[in-house]
Design a protein around this ligand. Structure first.
Ligand SMILES: C[S@@+](CC[C@H](N)C(=O)[O-])C[C@H]1O[C@@H](n2cnc3c(N)ncnc32)[C@H](O)[C@@H]1O
Length: 455
């Protein structure tokens, strides 16, 4: 059939041709190259019949990429109500195999319709050699749709059955690096993609023992920590570590004829963490010089009455957990090139026991900061150069500074305005260089921390 005959037939379809005749017409259009056909076909995209619109998109998809019909397909995807028609438009974009379409196809991975997501995956698999494409596809590993999960699991494995994550395990999103968010940790975590972090080290609020956090009850406090660490589990990379610094806290007595209450936070938190998929690895004890801690045995000292004994608390717990996996630590290390492993090797003498004797440090603004040395030890023993490290309860930013000193990146959240401001001061004061450490520190309000926008 000549081009002008094809155009005439399509015009007849537009001028009230029957559904059956229009469909048959669209099916026999054959190869398409002539520009004159684009306009009547585009008009058919407004037809009320889904099949006709689908066949129309299919025909438009036959035009070679030099006609650049991207915007027509994009409009169909945005405006059409039919899942099949939208899928066909995504397929047409995919068939163009044009690198320029990658970012749009990545956007479609977030579509509400799994059919569209699957088609976008097909389009992206063509570019499977590109790191950003692999990253975007791997983000779908825990997609709500089981079909999408299955496809990703199959497509993203290499011949040995291992995830093709080599290089992916060590990478993390640039827009998160050296970023400090002013806002609630839980809300911020809700905006973060799966498996973004290599290590979390944190010291949560001490229940109500300090002014900076108030919970209605101990149960509410533990429940809050449960939610935080479930989110941290989600955003931690396979087989990587969570290290939590806590200690029992004391609530002052109500009056002299009442006793004080001691809350065993580390012991209550432990079963919560293991139940949600954190494997217990080590119990490190941070010991402070006795002279630096509060004296509790004054009363006992005088009379030495049994039962009245109250030891001074020189220790805090530094509990080490690993995101549960069947893989050995060796697998984690193998995800890095030899040079990174070499550069990350722990130099010089090291603490060989689980008793870490470190003096506490004080800050003029924040009342409970990590000592630098504690952070430095955690960074060097539990992360690799270039890793992304997280502290949901950033405080004065001590852990972020340690990460930066050691050539790692960091992401912190802090709810308190005064402490957030303090971080602005400390980060701008210290100029530490080397690799990723040189990246600008970004201070963002929670409302402005939008992972979609930042990408
Ligand atoms: C024990 S301090 C951490 C101090 C920190 N390790 C440092 O070296 O400065 C706990 C911090 O958690 C912050 N915080 C409490 N609730 C929070 C929440 N929901 N989201 C983010 N930060 C919170 C407090 O303001 C406090 O600064």
């Amino acid at each position: 059939m000549s081009v002008s005959a094809k155009v005439a037939e399509l015009q007849a379809c537009l001028n009230g041709g029957s559904i059956k005749a229009t469909k048959s017409q669209l099916k026999k259009l054959g190869k398409l190259e002539d520009e004159g056909l684009i306009s009547p076909l585009t008009e058919l995209l407004n037809h009320s019949n889904d099949d006709i619109r689908e066949l129309t998109v299919k025909n438009l998809g036959k035009f070679s990429s030099r006609h650049d019909l991207f915007h027509i397909f994009q409009r169909v995807i945005t405006e059409d109500s039919s899942s099949t028609v939208r899928r066909e438009a995504v397929s047409s974009i995919g068939r163009q195999r044009n690198e320029k379409n990658i970012s749009y196809l990545k956007e479609l991975l977030k579509d509400h319709d799994p059919v569209v997501v699957m088609q976008a995956i097909r389009g992206l698999l063509v570019f499977k050699q590109q790191k950003d494409v692999v990253e975007a596809l791997l983000e779908l590993k825990n997609h709500v749709s089981e079909t999408v999960r299955r496809v990703i699991n199959i497509e993203m494995r290499d011949k040995s059955g291992e995830n093709i994550a080599k290089g992916i395990h060590m990478s993390s999103p640039d827009y998160m690096k050296n970023t400090i968010v002013h806002g609630d940790a839980l809300e911020t975590l809700g905006k973060i993609k799966e498996e973004a972090f290599h290590l979390t080290f944190t010291s949560p609020p001490y229940y109500n023992a300090r002014d900076y956090s108030i919970y209605k009850s101990y149960d509410e406090y533990l429940n809050f920590l449960k939610q935080i660490f479930a989110e941290v589990h989600r955003i931690t990379k396979e087989g990587r570590f969570l290290i939590v610094n806590t200690s029992p806290v004391i609530m002052k007595r109500f009056a002299r004829n009442h006793s004080s209450t001691r809350y065993p936070i580390p012991f209550d938190l432990h079963p919560i963490l293991t139940k949600m998929g954190w494997e217990f690895i080590d119990d490190i004890v941070w010991a402070k010089p006795e002279a630096s801690v509060k004296n509790r045995n004054g009363g006992f000292q005088q009379r030495k009455k049994p039962l009245m004994y109250k030891p001074n608390s020189r220790t805090e717990m530094v509990m080490v957990y690993r995101k549960k996996t069947h893989r050995l630590l060796d697998w984690n290390i193998k995800q890095y090139p030899k040079e990174i492993v070499e550069e990350s090797l722990v130099q010089g003498a090291f603490e060989s026991s689980n008793l870490w004797e470190i003096a506490p440090e004080f800050d003029r603004v924040h009342s409970a900061v990590f000592p630098k040395k504690l952070c430095d030890e955690v960074v060097k023993f539990y992360s690799m150069k270039g890793d992304l490290l997280f502290d949901p309860f950033g405080g004065s930013g001590t852990f972020g500074l340690a990460a930066r000193r050691a050539g790692r990146s960091f992401f912190l959240t802090e709810i308190n305005q005064e402490y957030f401001n303090r971080m602005k001061e400390v980060f701008h004061k210290k100029t530490i260089t080397g690799g990723d450490a040189e990246r600008e520190v970004r201070f963002v309000k929670l409302e402005d921390f939008n992972t979609k926008k930042s990408r």
